[in-house]
Write a protein that binds this ligand. Structure first.
Ligand code: 5GP
Length: 113
């Protein structure tokens, strides 16, 4: 099922793309929960983390690798940041095209809310 993220990837909906490579894009979250709140999204539609399988598991590595590069570019790598996947209702997922949140710019607490 296509979501707003696929429309952004296909440039049907305008959004500032802060990073892009062959497999992923990165955009600012529309409702930021921290001074830096980015979404790293694979171009391929995968609805939830439950749909990761042997054929697409490399995309998770691509997303984390992109996060690492973006964090270094933004000079937040040393201070720190948080990477989050929400899965399904209890996990707080609202857009059913997997994405990883990259949050930074403030101190995060644990456990999360
Ligand atoms: P989830 O709750 O599924 O883990 O995260 C979805 C995220 O997408 C939310 O943080 C929400 O603010 C963000 N979001 C929803 N619609 C849009 C949109 O149209 N543009 C952008 N940039 N972010 C969006």
């Amino acid at each position: 099922m296509s979501t707003i993220f696929k429309k952004i990837i296909d440039r049907e909906v305008e959004s500032e793309i802060v990073y892009e490579d062959q497999n992923v894009i990165c955009i600012n979250d529309i409702n930021p929960q921290a001074p830096i709140h980015l979404l790293i999204i694979p171009k391929k539609i995968i609805e939830t983390i439950n749909d990761i399988d042997i054929d697409n598991k490399h995309l998770i590595a691509d997303m984390v690798f992109a996060a690492k590069k973006i964090a270094k570019n933004l000079k937040i790598d040393k201070k720190g940041y948080r990477l989050v996947f929400n899965c399904n209702d209890d996990g707080g997922q609202t857009v059913y095209h997997i994405h990883m949140h990259l949050l930074a710019g403030r101190k995060f607490t644990w456990p999360p809310g």
